[in-house]
Write a protein that binds this ligand. Structure first.
Ligand code: PMP
Ligand code: GLN
Length: 380
């Protein structure tokens, strides 16, 4: 049997490739974005309690009501926006799934979607699977800011959506209030939708406020806003997230969701509904992870890598132009084999594999892991 591939250009994701390579070579894995430190055991205890209390059957298709209520309260506190938990929030098996579901709920063949590169690697295949066309705009190296004049030029009658991601993977760039003002003006008199990937909502540094689209009612009415519990609570393997959107948009999202996943892990939703009451756990997160970024940055100053400052996410990018002329993919493979450290070559996030000689490092690791990695880089 043979099927005509719907994704002929797609191979295995760079995250799987680099993690496998890291395993083969027993390397330190600063590639794929996951912490190597323990998540809060209090949250694990809450799941155990939910399971022994018998909360083990399907829950509501849109998510446990108590969890959606807790999220609506959190949104009110953080962004002063009232979200209706019954009609505007859906719990999903991770942020990646929510992005796919959002795009699938409104894209038609021939639609165009503006994507900024480097881009998280699921966006483009999700667009293509829906018969739509990605329209690429390169972020401006080295600060990875959005060239808004180019966005204005590329908007046309086929433009169905724009995907934004702040804090940004892979670069750690964050959108400013000015960026959001420009976006508002550009879409104001159009029917353009926005998918706003905010999975790193709380992983934001240097006292910069997160410009969630939840702050802007005119943008919220045209947006699907995506979050991930895995990122916020250092449990990426949980694959649990949520989407917030205006009620008419969410209605369509749920039509796709109910026949794809139907409902998500019940005990974890009970645990999170309780755990979300502890505001400190998410409010202090940025400062905690910033310490790791700063620690890693100081260590990297003693190597030949040059920092491209990150202001959010689990990642910081570094130029290795002073160390090698090799392509970023070749250099990343060499680093695993010779230095025993895995990273992610940033060209993997561009459709034309643009190579600025930059690697992405995940610093959401124990200090000892970061120390050992930096030690290995000294000998390059
Ligand atoms: N968007 C971005 C930018 C990410 O880095 C991730 C992390 N994998 C996701 C979405 C998806 O998160 P999840 O693991 O909850 O699917
Ligand atoms: N978000 C993580 C990263 O960028 C991993 C995502 C994945 O494994 N698909 O590294």
């Amino acid at each position: 049997m043979h099927i005509v591939s719907k994704l002929p250009q797609v191979g295995t994701t760079i995250f799987t490739i680099m993690s496998q390579l890291a395993q083969q070579h027993h390397a330190i894995n600063l590639g794929q974005g996951f912490p190597d430190f323990m998540m809060d055991e209090a949250l694990i205890d809450l799941i155990q309690k939910a399971m022994t209390d018998g909360c083990n059957q399907y829950t509501h298709t849109n998510g446990l009501p108590a969890l959606r209520n807790a999220l609506a309260e959190k949104v009110k506190k953080l962004y002063n926006t009232s979200i209706h938990p019954e009609t505007q929030i859906t719990i999903t098996p991770g942020g990646t799934y929510a992005i796919y579901t959002a795009l699938t709920s409104f894209l038609y063949s021939g639609d165009e979607v503006i994507v900024f590169e480097p881009a998280y690697d699921s966006y483009v295949p999700n667009i293509v699977l829906n018969g739509a066309k990605p329209v690429f705009i390169a972020l401006q190296y080295p600060d990875y800011s959005i060239p808004w004049h180019e966005v204005a030029q590329k908007i046309n009658s086929k433009t169905k959506a724009i995907i934004i991601n702040s804090p940004h993977n892979p670069t750690g760039a964050v959108l400013s209030e000015q960026d959001i003002m420009t976006l508002r003006t550009l879409v104001a008199k159009t029917n353009i939708m926005i998918v706003s990937d905010e999975v790193y909502e709380h992983l934001i540094f240097d006292a910069i406020p997160h410009q969630s689209l939840l702050r802007y009612p005119d943008l919220l009415e045209r947006s699907f806003i995506i979050f991930s519990f895995g990122k916020t609570y250092h449990c990426t393997g949980w694959k649990l997230g949520y989407c917030i959107a205006a009620a008419p948009l969410m209605q369509e999202f749920r039509k796709v969701h109910q026949f794809n996943c139907f409902s998500c892990d019940t005990p974890k939703q009970y645990a999170l509904a309780t755990y979300l009451q502890e505001e400190d756990k998410y409010v202090q997160l940025g400062a905690q992870i910033q310490k790791k970024r700063d620690f890693f940055r100081t260590l990297m100053q003693q190597t030949g890598f040059v920092c491209i400052p990150s202001h959010g996410s689990y990642f910081e990018c570094y130029s290795y132009a002073a160390l090698s002329n090799k392509s970023d993919t070749e250099f990343a493979v060499e680093l695993v084999q010779k230095a025993g450290v895995a990273t992610i070559p940033v060209s993997a996030f561009y459709h034309h594999k643009t190579d600025e000689k930059v690697l992405r490092f995940c610093f959401a690791k124990k200090e000892e892991t970061l120390l050992e990695a930096a030690e290995r880089f000294k000998h390059l």
